[in-house]
Design a protein around this ligand. Structure first.
Ligand code: KIV
Ligand code: ZN
Length: 411
């Protein structure tokens, strides 16, 4: 049987993720996120783009010096100044990586770089060799590969490998590719550029068409050994591949991908919340893995199934990513089974069938109007609908049900 492959997780939350419109992290916040990423056990942290400014330089320098475990990468264009700054910022790193990038598509060469193909090839060759003078670990990327001509892409990456790049990253910068196309591109890079040499192929996919994770996984299936991604999928425009999605897809479907990561999945939720808080970019409730609803069930049929056996509607445990166990939301779609279970959890066991029926009808009425009920609201509902205890018996001692958090006044 085919051997399982280790897929390196390259986190670029602090570089590509921080390029999200409106996001500006402070130095302390970057450091805290980098420490959290190290606890998550990602393989590589892209800490920033040092030449872009003194604050960015300082953030990369501090992360390189203080964060231990992962490789620390710094971004640089194919300019000596960029590479000098990246190398300088990485001086304190145990495992430094310089990530040199240029562009591959005609539109980028013509309007952005204003260079010919021959000039881009020459600069890539020279600058990868230049970066190698500082570090062994050099990654090379060319933006917008998905919209570039294959012949040029092949020559460009061939030049980078010959110059000493140890990782070649294949960005679909504009999120244009489909999984079939992107997978085929990675396979071609593997077969026609890498050709068995000791070079890691990396995916870097954007989410403009909502295909970033699918494209990255197609890359993995076709030979990629590294995935570039961000926490919560933040990044330019529609964002990057979400780390949590790729990691959990490889975890849950290891049988299919025959590949695994070394990420400590139990840290995922915590890092997600940290990034949400510091970037001010809220995680949508229906976001896979980390959204509020990702492990919540409201419909009666689903709740009934989950109560009978979790696996009826759940493919992974919430605890696996550091969340509390899945919750049953008690709302207008809920059924009697979940309602009864919620009451039992609150201590209302063995309620007579008639009473349960009445309470359920009342609950539905309220939920239709106001939406899901919290445990406290449910408790208040039960208490307000139940027969008051005889005046002589004391509320606090003789009631068979637990005292509600805030007891309604005796009627
Ligand atoms: O999307 C992109 O092309 C990038 C490169 C700098 C790797 O972020
Ligand atoms: Zn990008």
């Amino acid at each position: 049987m085919e051997k399982e492959r280790h897929i390196r997780i390259f986190d670029t939350t602090l570089r590509d993720g921080e390029q999200s419109p409106g996001v500006a992290l402070s130095l302390d916040q970057k450091l805290e996120i980098a420490q959290a990423l190290a606890r998550l056990n990602v393989d590589i942290i892209e800490a920033g783009f040092p030449v872009s400014g003194p604050l960015e330089f300082e953030a990369v320098r501090r992360i390189a010096t203080e964060v231990k475990g992962p490789i620390i990468a710094a971004l640089a264009r194919t300019h000596t100044l960029d590479i000098d700054q990246a190398a300088k910022a990485l001086e304190g790193a145990e495992k430094p990586r310089i990530h040199v990038f240029t562009s591959a598509s005609k539109v980028h060469l013509q309007y952005m770089l204003k260079r010919t193909e021959e000039e881009v090839l020459e600069m890539a060759d020279r600058m990868v060799r230049y970066a190698k003078r500082y570090v062994d670990d050099v990654e090379f990327s060319a933006q917008d590969v998905m919209r570039a001509d294959w012949d040029f892409v092949k020559r460009l990456y061939e030049v980078a490998v010959e110059a000493g790049a140890t990782t070649i990253n294949i960005p679909d910068t504009t999120g244009y590719g489909t999984p079939e196309e992107y997978g085929a591109l990675i396979r071609r890079i593997r077969d026609e550029v890498v050709r068995g040499r000791d070079v890691v192929i990396s995916t870097h996919t954007h989410d403009d068409l909502g295909l970033a994770t699918a494209n990255a996984l197609a890359g993995v299936l076709n030979g990629a050994g590294q995935v570039e991604c961000t926490i919560n999928g933040i990044g330019e425009r529609a964002g990057n591949t979400a780390l949590e999605e790729v990691v959990m897809a490889l975890y849950v479907r290891r049988d299919f991908y025959r590949a695994y990561t070394q990420v400590n999945t139990r840290e995922i939720y915590r890092v997600s919340r940290l990034v949400e808080r510091y970037t001010g970019m809220p995680v949508p409730p229906n976001k896979a893995i980390v959204g509020d609803n990702a492990f919540a069930h409201e419909s009666g049929i689903h709740q009934d199934g989950v109560l009978k056996h979790r696996s009826t509607y759940e493919i992974m445990d919430a605890e696996l990513i550091g969340r509390r166990p899945a919750v049953l939301v008690l709302g207008k779609h809920s059924g009697r089974a979940a309602f009864k279970k919620a009451l039992e959890d609150l201590g209302y066991r063995d309620l007579p069938e008639e009473e349960l029926k009445k309470l359920f009808a009342r609950f539905k009425e309220i939920a239709e109007k106001k939406g899901p009920l919290s445990a406290e609201e449910l408790q208040a509902l039960v208490e307000s609908e139940r027969e008051p205890p005889p005046i002589s018996s004391s509320w606090s001692t003789s009631s068979s049900s637990p005292a509600p958090a805030s007891c309604p006044p005796p009627r």
